[in-house]
Design a protein around this ligand. Structure first.
Ligand SMILES: Cc1cc2nc3c(=O)[nH]c(=O)nc-3n(C[C@H](O)[C@H](O)[C@H](O)COP(=O)(O)OP(=O)(O)OC[C@H]3O[C@@H](n4cnc5c(N)ncnc54)[C@H](O)[C@@H]3O)c2cc1C
Length: 419
């Protein structure tokens, strides 16, 4: 009999048998003619939604329909940072729910997602920036979320080799959330896929959705490269392709798609044990368990559905890194890639019903949706199962752009590329 459960004993037992006795992590089923719920998009959010639909709401006749292979989208392309250091009322409880779910995720899924609460430190470089971080930290603490404001000497004791005397960008301190950190991105997709599959969910790969069927104002199914699939409820969870897929149902979303790049260096000895963000430019960094420096910066700044970026942003990101820590100047870059960001008009996401009956929407994650994965999955599943918003995601309404109830963390206004 094939073995399903991951444990030290089963790993030891299987190591004596050449690991031939494991059950495949998930099945490769043929699509059924009809499902209670069809989720378009096999990214982190789609798979988490399927898992919570089955686990928490008992809805197991579910398919996740993915155009490529699961993990080929942003869930496998991001820089793996998780945190809940938000400031506004709609956001803090939501991202804190996500962080709490991350804390118990590996046990819940029986999967090693390499959850590492190594702390996230946001540096400040001026008195004004310190005041802004103090305000953010206070808002977090008022919601019961951990936050500490550090002065320069406290930051120096953690990272003595930052360029503290940089004439343009002196480092004056930082806001730290010690419970923040990193999670292995593609393991999240695989862990949710395996756990959802075990509960009966069909994961249909290589089945790009090409059309959405609407009958009498109701979404009734999808045309895919593997045929038509009928759905009692249809859920969109396609991140950077949200506007394209929603257009198949005649919807125009308040979303622009932009490219974001990430970079990994050659492996070097451990020297940065947390996540750090530079506050005077757009640059953030952590170090993977293999030793590579994992870092990124700003959007490429133009609308695109391409999963690759351009050289001016490479230069900009590397300049940010050099201003913060000149010692990385001789480290060689190993690889870089791009992902498509569904940038909303206020920088916050949408988890809501659409004006079309039985069509549900999860979108607008900008470049921060990985950390949200468990909470997005849980609250989207709640919305689909109960037809009413989960309390924690009530603010993420689609009509807030018409009613003016924006959740604009950065105060940038409706300029998606600046959020
Ligand atoms: C470089 C980079 C760095 C990032 N860093 C972070 C970070 O550190 N922390 C953080 O919180 N967030 C980060 N993000 C953002 C985060 O990755 C995304 O917001 C999040 O992964 C989006 O949700 P998802 O996982 O469901 O998306 P995806 O994995 O993109 O899932 C969507 C899926 O839909 C599929 N799809 C699209 N169109 C169709 C169709 N027509 N038919 C069928 N399937 C379709 C796609 O193939 C894809 O697999 C980063 C993103 C990038 C690119």
């Amino acid at each position: 009999m094939l073995i399903d459960h991951y444990s030290i004993w089963n790993v030891l037992r299987q190591s004596l048998k050449g690991h031939t006795g494991w059950k495949p992590a998930w099945r490769e089923p043929e699509p059924k003619a009809e499902y209670d719920v069809v989720i378009i998009g096999g990214g982190g959010h789609g798979l988490a939604t399927a898992y919570y639909l089955a686990k928490r709401y008992g809805i197991t006749n579910v398919a996740v329909v993915e155009k490529g292979w699961i993990g080929s989208g942003n869930v496998g392309r991001n820089t793996t940072i998780v945190r809940s250091n938000y400031m506004l009322p709609g956001n803090i409880p939501f991202y804190e729910l996500a962080l709490q779910l991350w804390e118990g995720l590996e046990k819940d899924l029986n999967y090693n997602a390499m959850v590492s609460q190594r702390g996230i430190l946001n540096l400040y470089h001026s008195d004004g920036q310190r005041d802004a971080y103090a305000r953010r930290g206070n808002a977090m603490r008022l919601h019961g979320v951990d936050a500490e404001l550090l002065d320069e000497s406290q930051v120096q004791s953690m990272y003595p080799w930052f360029d503290y005397d940089n004439a343009r960008f002196p480092i004056k301190g930082g806001l730290i959330q010690r419970r923040g950190g990193t999670v292995r991105h593609d393991a999240v997709a695989w862990g949710y896929a395996r756990a959802a599959d075990r509960l009966g969910v069909d994961i249909i790969q290589n089945a790009e959705v090409t059309a959405i069927r609407i009958e009498n104002g109701r979404a009734t199914g999808i045309e895919t490269k593997r045929g038509f699939i009928r759905a009692k409820k249809l859920a969109l969870s396609v991140a950077g392709n949200s506007s394209r897929v929603a257009a198949m149902a005649g919807l125009k979303l308040p979303i622009e798609s932009h490219v974001l790049q990430a970079f990994v260096s050659e492996g070097i000895k451990p020297f940065i044990d947390g996540v750090v963000t530079f506050g005077a430019g757009h640059f953030y960094i952590s170090q993977s368990d293999k030793g590579g420096l994992v870092f990124g910066g700003d959007l490429d700044g133009y609308n695109s559905y391409a999963q690759r970026g351009n050289l001016p942003v490479v230069e900009d990101v590397l300049e940010g890194g050099m201003a913060l820590m000149p010692r990385i100047g001789r480290v060689r870059l190993l690889r870089s890639w791009g992902g498509i960001m569904d940038m909303s008009m206020d920088g916050s996401p949408i988890i809501d019903k659409t004006p079309i009956d039985s069509l549900y929407l999860n979108a607008g994650w900008c470049y921060g949706g990985f950390k949200a994965t468990p909470a997005a999955g849980l609250t989207f599943a709640h919305l689909i199962a109960r037809d009413e918003p989960h309390d924690t995601a009530r603010a993420y309404r689609l009509d807030r752009f018409a009613t003016g109830r924006m959740i604009d963390e950065k105060g940038m206004g409706n300029q998606p590329n600046l959020h």
